[in-house]
Design a protein around this ligand. Sequence first.
Ligand code: NAD
Length: 361
Amino acid sequence: MKRRKFNQSLAASLAAITLSRGFAYSPHAFGQKKLGMALVGLGNYATRQLAPALLETQMCELKGIVTGTPSKIDQWKKNYDLKDHQIYNYDNFDSIANNDEIDIVYVVLPNNMHKEYTLRAFQAGKHVICEKPLAMNAQEAAEMVAAGKKANRQLFVGYRLHYEPHHREIMRLCQTEEFGKIKFFEGGFGFRAGNPNQWRLKKAYGGGALMDVGIYVIQAARYTIGQEPIAVSAREFKTNPVKFKEVDELITWQMEFPNGLVANCTTSFSASTNHLYVAAEKGFIRLSPAYGYGGLGGYTRKYKFDFPQVNQQALHMDGIVDTLMNGVPHLNVGGEEGLRDMKIIDAIFKSVKKDGKRMLI
Ligand code: NAD
């Protein structure tokens, strides 16, 4: 009996700590009509993460799919109760303009197709969420941002971690200088890319580790340090020049921030790594794993994080709809944010070409 009471009060105090320290985004649904989402490209991320998340969202729901693979259609209709008029292919995609059930187009295609489908969705009068990286380079990203403005529609990027409690809390700790001024950032995200024929290993598709997962480290460095980098130096290394003939296998780069602050970063398609570390004057923050869909964990010099695992995709999509419907500011997942990262990626590739030369951003 005593033990149960103790456990209950421990749970209550842990919850209180979580609430006081942490940020949990909760959508302002208030019984509003849900906005309709169309997923463009029914690959891994759309099938395994986004569509299931759309069954948990409170402010939006799946109202359309765009696919070039007819054999997928029956299963999607069955799983998500979709009707014939909600099924599109890449040729008739533009007629989505006539479908009032669809408010937002979510582009989940290989990176080289992001710009085309974002522009076509704006032309159809829809808001757009586009997966990361926003585009092939900064020039394309800038065109996408401009197209959204011209169409008077909003552009968002699939930066799901901005709605994740560990990341929210780390941003807060850094912004409020809880451990004093930041002195150093270190981060890495890499995994072993298996299939040698996948588009992620092809240059024309915007493949490579930096575009795919290095971008999370760029993001983390920027939102912990809270400033924009002024210069980068980067080098690329290959242990398998055959498999990684077209794209980067492993890049290490340093981003210089104002006041001499540096972020030391790694990305890889052959080595598994998944962490972020912030060293400040009076303490540190470590998160590892840091960037996955779940299982995130970490600690500071003083305590361990005890935040719940959340459905990042559901919170991210609801957060965006909250912006569109209620004007609640989104958590920095707009097109401009994607454009900033593309400028940094361009500079990293330039530096790699010049064998590590310092490039101003
Ligand atoms: P995937 O290869 O599993 O899916 C891509 C889809 O695009 C497939 O359905 C494929 O049929 C379709 N497609 C249409 N035209 C194609 C063409 N010409 N060549 C190849 N495929 C074509 O890829 P994915 O892992 O789902 O990634 C899609 C996008 O989502 C990428 O931009 C990726 O960076 C992003 N992504 C984001 C996250 C995240 O956590 N935010 C996670 C995974 C992927």
